[in-house]
Design a protein around this ligand. Structure first.
Ligand code: SAM
Ligand code: SF4
Ligand code: F3S
Length: 465
């Protein structure tokens, strides 16, 4: 049967056809077909990758990390910086030989990078080993596309755009058993001048609060201990983000709520009050400032000034002095001077972040900043970045000391780095805490007395009850 013939084939029919293919494959090979789905980029992308795995599991695929044994390899890509794209092209190049050895191998590229026409064109002409390219709007067509590749050996390129629909009918195959990502909105309307996300993820669409609540209830009853609500700018969640936080907070069970990201232009005192009033919501805000210089913020189209930003920090700290902030920063925006970069260094000292995620500016074709003159070399920008990170290291060790001597609640997540027998987890402020303890504690909330602040984490001792 051909899924592209005039009468469209329904999703359940396609599912049946593909499940039949998996059965046949198993009869021939003695095992189910294996898929390798690798997601690059942000948590939103990881969450999309988990949905794709859910779709594959429904048609009888199992999973592997080894490209050599996979029948299907899908790279779920990120376009935010050039080096993210270069990595994917490098990895695709390496798959060429594998495809020559095993022509039945199916290679797919999806996600943010694949949503860009110039990338699809490059793959079409230069990476002929790739069978399937689809962007961030095409997940609903996944079965039809896969069937075309399997049954008709066609190369498929699907860059369709649908800025309205939200698919609520999905299952997600999550790798993590403690923390679950739950998107509450998709897309972005902000068009920061450096950023490709609005072009590859489309306009903002919010999930209904009842759909988010139902998903969280299921996760909590399935044993998940940390729920991370996701959106490019959760503060513009169209049904009210503080209300959503309260709704999720009222679900019974022992779990934590985190969320990201918050755009400073929409971060309100009400949001801070809600965080502080909701016992399950972590006392931490990831609030990307990008630059500490008003001229650069304006060029970035961020729609706030440094003083607007500081108002929200000061408000939170006036209510909760230990409140934790983390941020994203871009170094070397076109035209930025060293003095302007130093304003960014000043702001990280003023705010006292627990952690920063800093990046050298990367030119993204199609964005407004790509048109601006940029005469600082990448080498110079790299040196500025190093300077910033050294500064932050000092700030982190000084600022983390506020927890020494205190007992904090930690969700143990896995093995630690400090030494053999150490576990790592995070406290309410999203700070890594390492302590000696047995593996049976993983996935549990425990009390740890903090004994030491390092420049990347806290160290402590289990409090015996
Ligand atoms: N929506 C979030 C916000 O506005 O806070 C950020 C999402 S973006 C995927 C993550 C981070 O990547 C941004 O905060 C920014 O620091 C960085 N980023 C985005 N575009 C960039 C570019 N062209 N070059 C360097 N870093 C970039
Ligand atoms: Fe990109 Fe700005 Fe949207 Fe964040 S808010 S995703 S930085 S355009
Ligand atoms: Fe995320 Fe990268 Fe796309 S950061 S939204 S995967 S461009």
């Amino acid at each position: 049967m051909n899924a592209s013939e005039n009468t469209p084939v329904s999703v359940p029919e396609l599912q049946k056809m593909l499940a039949g293919f998996s059965e046949q494959y198993k009869l021939r090979n003695g095992r189910r077909p294996l898929a390798l789905v690798h997601s690059y980029g942000c948590q939103q992308n990881v969450s999309d990758g988990e949905k794709l795995k859910g779709k594959l599991s429904l048609i009888g695929f199992e999973f592997t990390d080894d490209p050599k044994e996979a029948l299907l390899i899908i790279y779920n890509t990120c376009a935010v910086r050039e080096n993210a794209e270069d990595r994917v092209f490098g990895n695709l190049g390496e798959l060429k030989r594998l495809k020559e050895e095993r022509p039945e191998l199916i290679i797919g590229v999806c996600g943010c990078m694949a949503q860009q026409q110039h990338i699809a064109d490059r793959i079409k002409s230069t990476y002929r080993q790739v069978d399937l390219v689809f962007g961030t709007f095409a997940y609903n067509d996944f079965y039809a596309m896969l069937w075309e590749v399997i049954s008709n050996h066609k190369r498929i390129f699907n860059l369709s755009e649908n800025h309205t629909d939200i698919d609520e009918d999905f299952i997600q195959l999550r790798d993590d058993k403690i923390r679950a990502f739950v998107p509450v909105m998709y897309g972005c309307n902000n068009f920061c001048t450096y950023c490709i996300v609005p072009y590859v993820r489309g306009r903002e669409r919010s999930r209904k609060p009842e759909a988010v609540e139902a998903e969280v209830r299921k996760l909590v009853s399935g044993g998940y201990k940390e729920i991370v609500l996701l959106g490019q700018n959760v503060n513009s969640y169209s049904y009210g983000f503080p209300e959503l936080l309260r709704r999720i907070n009222s679900i019974e069970g022992e779990f934590r709520i985190r969320f990201m990201s918050s755009h400073p232009k929409d971060a309100t005192e009400e949001l801070i009050d809600t965080i502080l009033q909701c016992d399950k919501v972590c006392k931490h805000l990831h609030l990307p400032i990008q630059s500490g210089c008003d001229r650069i913020l304006k060029l970035m189209n961020r729609k706030y000034t440094v003083s607007d930003y500081m108002k929200i920090i000061d408000y939170a700290r006036s209510k909760a002095p230990e409140f934790s902030f983390t941020t994203d920063l871009i170094v070397g925006f076109p035209g930025e001077t060293y003095d302007e970069f130093c304003e960014t260094k000043n702001i990280i000292n003023q705010v006292k972040y627990d952690n920063i995620y800093s990046f050298v500016y990367s030119r993204r074709s199609g964005t407004r900043a790509a048109e601006l003159e940029d005469n600082i070399s990448d080498k110079q920008k790299g040196l500025w970045l190093r300077e910033l990170l050294l500064e932050q290291r000092e700030i982190t060790s000084r600022w983390l000391a506020r927890f020494v001597g205190k007992t904090v609640t930690v969700l143990a997540e896995g093995e630690g780095r400090t030494a053999e027998g150490y576990l790592a987890g995070k406290n309410d402020e999203n700070i890594i805490v390492e302590f000696e303890g047995g593996r049976e504690l993983i996935g549990k909330f425990i009390q740890v007395r903090i004994t030491k602040a390092m420049n990347w984490a806290l160290e402590g001792k289990l409090v015996c009850e």
